[in-house]
Ligand binder design. Structure first.
Ligand SMILES: [Zn+2]
Length: 368
C-alpha cells in the first residue's frame, strides 16, 4: 500500500497546518512584548541597510544592548547570555561571510530557512509564527508585527531567547541549550566566556587594548612572521618575539578570559586568553605566571599575567636555551579550527596608541 496515498498539494498542506495551528494556539499566541516593540530603537535595518553603515560604533553598541535587554525582559533570560550568543555569531559571520550571507542588521545571529521555519515545513520561507511553531522551527515574532522574519533583529533575538528558556535559566541549563543548538563544545565554551565578560562589565564596549609589555625602551621586536624554526621538527614561526629582560611584566593585551595556563614543550610556561572577537592571545616562554590568575579568570588590558623568561624547548621547567623574550601569538577561531595570523601590525598599533596616550598625559600634567 506504500505510495498509494496521494500527497496533498503544498498550498493545501499549508492551509491544513495553519488551521491546525490556529486550533492549537488559539488567539493567545501573541508576541511576548507586543506593543512595546512598536517603537523602533533605530530604523528597521532590514528595510534601510544604508543608515547602519553611517551609525557610530557607540550608537550601534547602545542599540544592540537595548535590543538584548528587550529580549531579556520578555523571556527572563539574562541580557548578557543573549549578547554572548549574538556576538559569537557575529564572529562566525566574519569568517564565513558567504555561508552566512544576510542583509546588514544589528544582530549577528544567523539561521537558515529550514532551521527558522522547521525542517519538515513544506514552506521553507514560512513567516507565520504559528505554522513555524507546528513544525518546530525556531522562528518567532518578537517585533509584534505578526511575522516571524529571519532577518528582523527583534524576531531573531526573541526566538533565540525563547529557545534558551525551554531549557531553563541556570548556568547548566544554558550550557545544555548551547550544546543542543551547536553540537560543538568550542561554541559552548566561547559563548560562556563571552557571557562571563558581559556579565562582569555590564557593557558591550570591551574593545580596549594594551601592548603586552610596559611601554619603555628596554624591549625590541621586529616582524619575524613565518620564519623557520628547527626545534622539535621544522615549524613556521607563528608569532612575534619581543626581546626583553628577565622578569619584565607581561600584560594582557585585551579584555578576555584565561583559557589555558601551564607547560608546553615548545612554549614553556604559557598562557592563552580568549577575547570577544573570538581571538586567542598566546603568551609563551614565561618565567612564571601571576599567581592569583587561574583558568576561567577575567583579565583586562594591561593587567599583569606573568613575567618575561626563557622557558621551553624541553621538559617542564627547562629554561635558558635561548635569550629571554616574550613570544606573542594570535589565533582566529572559525568555529571548527584555529589559525594564526601575523600579530606584528597589531602590536605596533597598540604600542603607538599607548605611547600617544602617555605623551598626552605628560603634556597635560606639565600644563597644570
Ligand atoms: Zn617566538
Amino acid at each position: 500500500m506504500k505510495g498509494s496515498v496521494s500527497k496533498p498539494s503544498k498550498a493545501c498542506r499549508i492551509l491544513i497546518c495553519a488551521a491546525a495551528a490556529a486550533i492549537v494556539l488559539g488567539e493567545a499566541a501573541s508576541p511576548a512584548w507586543g506593543a512595546s516593540a512598536a517603537t523602533p530603537i533605530v530604523p528597521a535595518p532590514t528595510q534601510t541597510a544604508e543608515p547602519l553603515d553611517k551609525l557610530s560604533r557607540e550608537h550601534i553598541l547602545a542599540s544592540r544592548k537595548k535590543l538584548y535587554e528587550k529580549a531579556a525582559a520578555a523571556t527572563h533570560i539574562p541580557w548578557y547570555r543573549i549578547a554572548a550568543i549574538d556576538q559569537y555569531e557575529h564572529t562566525l559571520t566574519k569568517v564565513h561571510p558567504k555561508d552566512r550571507n544576510h542583509p546588514k542588521r544589528l544582530t549577528g545571529i544567523f539561521m537558515n530557512e529550514p532551521v527558522w521555519s522547521g525542517m519538515f515545513n513544506p514552506d521553507p520561507y514560512d513567516s507565520n509564527p504559528r505554522s513555524i511553531g507546528i513544525f518546530n522551527g525556531y522562528g518567532k515574532d518578537g517585533s509584534g508585527d505578526g511575522q516571524a522574519d529571519l532577518n528582523n533583529d527583534m524576531d531573531l533575538l526573541y526566538s533565540m531567547a525563547s529557545y534558551l528558556l525551554r531549557y531553563g535559566q541556570s548556568e547548566e541549563d544554558f550550557s545544555i541549550a548551547l550544546w543542543e543548538y551547536y553540537h560543538n563544545s568550542r561554541s559552548v565554551q566561547r559563548i560562556r566566556q563571552f557571557s562571563k565578560l558581559y556579565e562582569k562589565f555590564q557593557t558591550l564596549d570591551l574593545s580596549g587594548h594594551a601592548f603586552p609589555l610596559p611601554i619603555s625602551d628596554s624591549y625590541a621586536y621586529r616582524d619575524t612572521w613565518g620564519t623557520g624554526r628547527s626545534w622539535g621538527g621544522y615549524r613556521i614561526h607563528e608569532g612575534t618575539d619581543i626581546f626583553a629582560p628577565y622578569g619584565m611584566p607581561v600584560r594582557s593585551t585585551c579584555y578576555g578570559v584565561v583559557e589555558l595556563k601551564g607547560w608546553n614543550p615548545f612554549g614553556g610556561w604559557r598562557i592563552g586568553i580568549r577575547d570577544l572577537e573570538n581571538r586567542y592571545h598566546y603568551y609563551a616562554h614565561l618565567q612564571g605566571f601571576e599567581k592569583t590568575l587561574n583558568q576561567g579568570d577575567i583579565v583586562t588590558p594591561g593587567q599583569t599575567i606573568g613575567w618575561v623568561g626563557s622557558s621551553g624547548y624541553g621538559k617542564p621547567g627547562t629554561q635558558g636555551k635561548f635569550p629571554p623574550h616574550l613570544h606573542y601569538g594570535i589565533y582566529r577561531d572559525n568555529g571548527l579550527a584555529e589559525w594564526s595570523f601575523d600579530p606584528y601590525p597589531l602590536l605596533r598599533h597598540w604600542e603607538t596608541e599607548e605611547r600617544q596616550a602617555i605623551q598626552k598625559k605628560k603634556k597635560k600634567s606639565s600644563e597644570q
